[in-house]
Design a protein around this ligand. Structure first.
Ligand code: HDL
Ligand code: ZN
Length: 433
């Protein structure tokens, strides 16, 4: 008797319907977000790191950048905008991006999708009706609701230990990350981006790290990493790296020695991946804050050198420039200790998600993690996954149709297996390897 799973998928419309259903039904393990457990404090509580609700959605830094294209700084000086309350900022953005202009950009459409999937009408002229609805939600219950709508089974945090506010919360509450819905990631950008400054910080925290690596620096930096990895129960180590990132790097001897003598030995001893997120050029327009960062082409050969020289280490890699994507896919064909992931930041747009997913499936098969949400506001999980699932399903349908046309007898079981790998199992297996 043929089971549903064994059902052959031959005609394109049958393939398409099955793929879209299976992709929608597959729980996602979201491997990179900026969301937080409720114990970190929730907005609008001052200092709360868990951002959620309409005013946080509408003041997402992507939308701050976009509203400054409509109302330039010559009309609204940056410092005046930042002096506004969150509510005033949101009203300003809603007026200019959602009422007086059509919310057609990906970041704008994301707010519409989120409201719609929450059961709200995205066409309100003011934010007041939404504020009334959100005021009735409780953050922790709301997390469950958002995860259920987005079909996300685990939210991976980003925990920048060099951020004074976040480190203070960890030190005040050792259990702050203990929420089964979340996992932690040790984020340590300054140790490569600014080794001298980071070494000085470590000394101020009681780790004897010298800029010139004299004394017990290597042991002390390894002790620092182990302490925070254990304390956070981190599942990997992450860094955003500049377009200039090189390995080896004669212009950043300290950063290179940190990677070679401290980071990678500790990651290898613990079987932890290092997530390299390469190509972010920070604060090209400083008064825009987080909205002021940009992208530039980076050097894939740095990734190649690291994967080759450290075969016992595992590298999660995403790059920010569209121009780097093909070379990164080819590099991944050479190194099984590299897992390519996500359509990061300025790549998280339908046109590029489709291009990158198609390129990756054609070069790497199902051995990738096609997407992460990068959600900064909890509610964004809803739209980031709704939008990406549809594109991933569209590309998979094409690739399955091509495979069937070549004579492969495709069944639902094949599709379920593949989609589970792409959205959940590849990441988990990479961690466990
Ligand atoms: O460095 C990162 O993790 C980036 O994702 C930045 O946080 C960036 O501001 C962002 O939110 N991108 O989506
Ligand atoms: Zn991020």
């Amino acid at each position: 008797m043929t089971t549903h799973a064994d059902r052959l998928l031959l005609e394109r419309p049958v393939i398409e319907a099955a793929v879209h259903r299976i992709v929608a039904d597959q729980p996602v393990t979201d491997l990179h977000t900026h969301c937080y457990t409720p114990r970190f404090g929730a907005s609008p509580t001052p200092g709360g790191l868990l951002l959620w609700g309409i005013d946080e959605l509408v003041t997402y830094h992507y939308l701050v950048a976009e509203v400054y294209r409509v109302v330039p700084a010559t009309e609204l000086p940056y410092e005046k905008f930042w002096a506004m309350s969150k509510i005033q900022q949101a009203d300003h953005i809603w007026k200019h991006l959602f009422v007086e202009n059509t919310p057609i950009s990906e970041a704008c459409r994301g707010v519409l999708t989120t409201l719609k999937l929450l059961g709200l009408d995205p066409n309100e002229k003011t934010l007041e009706p939404y504020r009334r609805w959100f005021s009735q939600q409780n953050p922790s219950d709301y997390i469950d609701r958002v995860m259920q709508i987005a079909n996300v089974d685990s939210i991976t945090m980003t925990n920048p230990v060099f951020d004074d506010a976040e480190r203070a919360i960890w030190e005040r509450d050792p259990k702050v990350g203990d929420d089964p819905r979340f996992t932690a990631v040790l984020r340590i950008d300054p140790l490569v981006r600014d080794w001298p400054g980071a070494a000085a910080k470590l000394r101020s925290w009681g780790f004897d790290a010298r800029e010139d690596f004299s004394g017990k620096t290597v042991e002390e930096v390894r002790r620092f990493l182990r302490r925070w990895l254990d304390y956070m129960k981190a599942i990997y180590v992450a860094m955003s790296l500049p377009p200039e990132f090189k390995f080896p790097d004669p212009n950043n001897v300290g950063g290179e020695r940190f990677i070679r003598e401290c980071l990678l030995p500790v990651c290898a001893e613990r079987g932890l991946p290092w997530a390299m997120m390469i190509g972010s050029k920070l604060r090209v327009n400083p008064p825009l804050g987080d909205a002021g960062d940009m992208v530039a082409k980076a050097d894939v050969q740095a990734v190649v050198n690291l994967c080759r020289e450290f075969p016992r280490n595992k590298f999660l890699v995403t790059m920010l420039a569209r121009e780097n994507q093909h070379e990164l896919c080819v590099a991944a064909r050479k190194f099984g200790n590299m897992l390519v992931f996500g359509c990061w930041w300025f790549l998280n747009n339908p046109v590029l998600i489709e291009e990158m997913t198609r390129m990756r499936l054609e070069l790497l098969g199902t051995t990738i993690v096609p997407q992460h949400s990068d959600a900064r506001v909890l509610d964004q999980l809803i739209y980031k996954w709704d939008h990406s699932r549809k594109i991933i399903a569209k590309v998979l349908t094409d690739k399955y149709a091509d495979t069937v046309a070549a004579g492969f007898r495709l069944t639902e079981a094949h599709v379920r297996r593949d989609v589970a790998k792409l959205l959940r199992e590849n990441f988990r297996a990479f961690l466990a390897r």
